[in-house]
Design a protein around this ligand. Structure first.
Ligand code: EPZ
Length: 424
């Protein structure tokens, strides 16, 4: 079994560049299927979810090769339209291939996607939107068959909630649908904007990304290969900011846009950290005195406080002088890190979607803990850095899904952290 060992209590200092955004790269890799050409995705993080996306593309008949930090994807020879169940189960974003394959091949076959167990994660909005674009959808024996891709037509689609994945799936499929598609109540996350930029580089006509109304003028056979650099990962950046907030010290984080992190930096500032935007893609955080805490954090769609940053910021606030309150509005089961933080001495009470983070008597203490999901894993690392004594962290497969170099990056900031890989 592989483990991360952390000897906590060291102040952090230095600078680190954050990886490319997982949640940008995954829909972008799905979008390459639509291009029917060669795409170069620059700054593509080395993650197990990226490997899964690459395996899906290879299974469909495409080629994917890594050239340093970039991924070169050739989808000229796509010949299959079906995703095997074992690949669908690996991650939630496998569902993003549905719209792209349907648009490219006229038909797509897959099953329900897997991913972090954060509570029920239906895909009803994805499916009803594809139906609106003219797709026929049959569900039989756990498999989903979407047909009618050759006759897709643009449509007006109003989402009942601003789902990130549904917005992305519609954008992909709409690129291949004749005429104009308008998505209302669209998600506004920076990763949607990045996907739109990638699609535009492929030749797509898209407007309004980043606002609640996205307009796509689609048509068959209009796209081509392209080159694109993905944005920095704001959740990885939020993790490193939380690490400094928890352990203390001063660090610069390069590669993520301060504006995209405004909700997170606002909370950390209110809790007592000093944070400055030091450039268009750079932030510096300093925390000399103990964190005050005393904040209320309510997760909501962008530009609100991101649910993905809730676990890591909660971990930092376990070391504060006053209680804080969290309300998780996006997912039913996103407090799985709480039991593990309690093992480290944290005083956290959860009722339904509310968590009260009390004052940790005598501070966090290192112990053996397990990551049960990706961002929960990030949170346990954050807590371990601010804890007294050694922490042994297991469940690293979750962490590998979204953090390309967590121990290395934190070590470069002076943390005593090491990955021990089991060779068996
Ligand atoms: C994306 O997931 C992210 N994943 C998640 O990050 C993130 O937590 C989430 O957006 C919210 O910001 C990727 O981008 C790959 P949603 P997604 O559809 O698209 C409900 C991480 O840690 N819903 O915006 O799956 C749903 O149940 C991951 O990197 C429906 O009811 O999120 C949830 O309550 C975890 N029906 C809410 O909408 C649907 O058809 C928001 O989900 C779709 C969603």
């Amino acid at each position: 079994m592989s483990v991360i060992l952390v000897e906590g209590g060291k102040r952090l200092s230095g600078a680190v560049t954050v990886q490319g955004a997982k949640n940008s790269v995954l829909p972008i890799l799905a979008a390459t299927v639509l291009s029917g050409g060669v795409c170069c995705v620059k700054g593509c993080p080395d993650l197990s979810d990226v490997d899964t996306a690459a395996q899906i593309i290879r299974h469909l008949g495409g080629e994917v090769r890594r050239e340093g930090a970039d991924l070169v994807v050739d989808t000229r020879c796509i010949s299959r339209c079906e995703i095997p169940e074992e690949l669908m189960r690996q991650m939630r974003s496998s569902v993003m291939f549905l719209g792209a394959i349907l648009g490219r091949c006229g038909e797509a076959v897959c099953s329900q996607p897997g991913g972090c167990e954060l509570g029920p994660r239906p895909i009803d909005l994805h499916l009803s939107a594809l139906r609106k674009l003219g797709a026929g959808i049959e569900q039989r024996g756990g498999r989903l068959r979407c047909t009618g891709g050759a006759a897709l037509r643009g449509a007006e689609i109003t989402l009942t909630l601003p789902s990130v994945g549904a917005t992305e799936n519609i954008m992909l499929c709409a690129c291949a649908a004749e005429g104009v598609t308008v998505i209302r109540n669209a998600a506004r996350e920076p990763e949607i904007v990045d996907l739109a930029r990638f699609l535009r580089a492929m030749g797509a006509r898209i407007q309004g990304e980043g606002s609640s109304t996205v307009r796509i003028e689609g048509g068959r056979g209009t796209l081509r290969g392209c080159e694109h650099r993905v944005i920095g990962d704001r959740i990885v950046c939020a993790t490193y900011l939380s690490a400094v907030a928890c352990a203390g010290g001063e660090a610069s984080l390069i590669g993520a846009e301060p504006e995209q992190l405004a909700a997170v930096t606002g909370v950390l500032r209110d809790a007592g950290a000093e944070i400055l935007a030091t450039g268009p893609d750079a932030l510096t955080i300093r925390r000399d005195r103990p964190l005050e805490g005393g904040v209320v954090v309510r997760t909501s769609p962008y530009p609100g406080f991101p649910t993905d940053a809730q676990p890591v910021v909660m971990a930092a606030l376990c070391n504060a002088r006053r209680s804080s309150l969290f309300v998780e509005t996006m997912f039913e089961n996103r407090y799985r890190h709480v039991d593990e933080l309690r093992r480290m001495g944290a005083d956290i009470r959860v009722e339904d979607r509310v968590a009260v983070v009390g004052v940790t008597e005598n501070g966090l203490r290192g112990t053996a803990v397990t990551a049960h999901d990706l961002r929960g894993g990030g949170a346990l690392c954050v807590a371990a850095l601010g804890a007294e004594g050694p922490t042994i962290l297991t469940g690293l497969s979750h962490i590998r899904r979204g953090y390309a170099s967590l121990p290395e990056d934190l070590r470069s900031l002076g943390a005593d952290i090491a990955l021990h890989t089991d060779q068996n």
